[in-house]
Ligand binder design. Structure first.
Ligand code: ADP
Length: 234
């Protein structure tokens, strides 16, 4: 619990710093990007257009990181709205389907209670779900082609909570990874920011929910998201 308060402080501080400097960094990045594009004909002439592509993709990556930092600074009070869990999942999956298809991984979704309803900030919780799916796909790509990638999403009611499970058959996690999973900036990926799960954690706890994880190396991972459900029709 202490750890959690510390993590949230760290995120809040990160947000303030990000907001203060993002603007100052983005402007020069934008002009660098523009000038590199102007230099492109010369790069082609000397057969080094590859350098230009690398510079631009690295600038875009820096911009993405700034964007994610800014995102984590968003005011944390959720704008709540009652939604059916099934519909929310359907919408989220639709957004990830083409990427999953491209990566050759199968997405399966089963909602055990069609009337299951939660009062949530749709944008924030969608961001959490998308993040779960993205991480699952990354974990699947990292195992290579040994088996068909598969992500199973289920939703059910458990007492006062809606439980949404994201289970993948990706590379799984070592204990040392599990221990640091929700730390801001903790990542095992070359191009990761380590912000996805810390921001997800903050969003879910702000909604009065929690996140559980189970994982086994080379077998896969399951994230369980608990969100308080509103009284829907049984
Ligand atoms: P990022 O995706 O930028 O690394 P996250 O905070 O979303 O940041 O994730 C932190 C780390 O947790 C990842 O780098 C990865 O090692 C691990 N992780 C998260 N989800 C999964 C998963 N489904 N399977 C295996 N490892 C995962």
């Amino acid at each position: 619990i202490e750890q959690t308060a510390f993590q949230n402080d760290k995120l809040a501080m990160l947000g303030k710093i990000a907001a203060a400097i993002a603007h100052e960094i983005r402007n020069p990045l934008t002009s660098i990007r523009g000038f590199i594009q102007l230099l492109n004909p010369f790069l082609i002439e000397i057969g080094k257009q590859e350098y230009g592509r690398i510079i631009i993709s690295e600038i875009d990556r820096a911009n993405d990181i700034i964007y994610e930092f800014l995102n984590s600074s968003k005011p944390s009070a959720p704008m709540k709205q009652a939604v059916l869990v099934g519909l929310l999942l359907k919408e989220t999956i639709l957004l990830s389907e083409s990427e999953a298809h491209m990566k050759g991984c199968e997405l399966q979704c089963e909602v055990f209670d069609p009337y299951l309803m939660i009062a949530i900030d749709v944008k924030q919780v969608k961001q959490v779900f998308l993040n779960m799916l993205k991480n699952a796909m990354d974990a699947i790509s990292e195992v290579g082609n040994r088996r068909k990638g598969r992500i199973d999403i289920t939703a059910r009611r458990e007492g006062a909570y809606a439980v949404i499970s994201f289970r993948d058959n990706g590379k799984g996690m070592e204990r040392s990874t599990l221990a640091r999973l929700f730390d801001p900036f903790f990542t095992t990926k070359e191009a990761g920011t380590g912000l996805g799960l810390s921001v997800s954690y903050r969003i879910i706890t702000n909604h009065g929910g929690m996140i559980h994880v189970e994982s086994q190396v080379n077998e896969g991972t399951e994230f369980l998201i608990y969100l308080p459900c509103t009284e829907g029709k049984e």
